[in-house]
Design a binder for this molecule. Structure first.
Ligand code: LER
Ligand code: MN
Length: 272
């Protein structure tokens, strides 16, 4: 059965330890680190022994940043995060860039062509994959919608990049907020990723917490149930109210939907 997590920035608490304890009390199985500066958050988690499901970007720069200096800073930080991730047993979520795309007017791009961006992304991904293999860290490549980047857009793109790295340390992930924009059938896209699906992000259609919009949740849950996905799916969203009130409701909504999908998918998917 899919395990549920929530991003740390959404959970009340003065420290990661307090946030983790609250997340568990609300009904989550785990907590993902989110927010800058990720290196500081990951060091705190290592120091305090806080279990972590993944680290969501939070490094300097981007793999295809318009500024070459920031590309260098990105690769440097990602390598440090892979080392910390090896200690935490948690993958680092990566995207080529956030907030720059060829699908909007030219000033919204990176200053390079799509082909140049793709080549730079693959060069960086190869460099950090080699580092992940050396230090025992791992990466998940995320697909984010066409208005946020134009390289890793559909889950199949992310799966293709993971496949190209040909490494046990690299997998792909889907974020249902982005998938709701880009995929024909969200459940089928997740299922098609097969063993390379390493993580999932959850939010409703307008990016509030699950249960607050019109996303086709039965379709998502059915895809995860059909493939017997037992990794983490983590809430990355905005909240409609105080965390201590809305997070327990959202996790209950997700568990109910997943249980219904599991019984509809047949005995193999129903937990013992
Ligand atoms: C950004 O929209 C997003 O979904 C993040 O997970 C990217 O790291
Ligand atoms: Mn995401």
């Amino acid at each position: 059965m899919t395990r549920l997590a929530v991003q740390s920035r959404l959970v009340p608490g003065d420290s990661l330890r307090q946030k983790y304890d609250n997340a568990r009390r609300y009904g989550f199985d785990g907590m993902e680190l989110s927010g800058p500066v990720m290196i500081d958050l990951a060091r705190e988690a290592v120091r305090d022994g806080v279990p972590v499901t993944a680290m969501c970007s939070g490094h300097r720069g981007w793999f295809i940043d318009p500024d070459p200096e920031q590309v260098r800073a990105c690769r440097e930080d990602v390598k440090v995060l892979l080392e910390l991730g090896a200690e935490l047993g948690a993958p680092l979520i990566v995207v080529p860039i956030y907030g720059r795309t060829h699908n909007l007017p030219p000033h919204c791009g990176t200053g390079r062509t799509r082909e140049e961006d793709r080549a730079l992304w693959l060069e960086g991904l190869r460099e950090v994959t080699d580092h992940a293999e050396r230090v025992g860290g791992s990466l998940v490549v995320e697909a984010i919608n066409r208005f946020e980047n134009s390289i890793s857009v559909k889950v199949a793109d992310a799966v293709g990049f993971a496949r190209e790295m040909d490494s046990t340390q690299v997998r792909a992930m889907g974020d249902v907020f982005h998938m709701n924009i880009e995929e024909v059938d969200m459940g089928a896209s997740l299922e098609a990723a097969g063993d390379l699906l390493g993580y999932v992000h959850l939010a409703d259609s307008q990016r509030l917490e699950p249960g607050m919009g019109h996303l086709d949740w039965p379709n998502v849950f059915a895809g995860l149930a059909r493939m017997g996905y037992d990794g983490f799916a983590s809430m990355e969203c905005h909240l409609s109210g105080p965390g201590e009130e809305v997070l327990p409701v959202a996790v209950e909504f997700l568990r109910r939907g997943m249980a219904e999908a599991a019984s509809a998918a047949g005995p193999a998917s129903v937990p013992a």
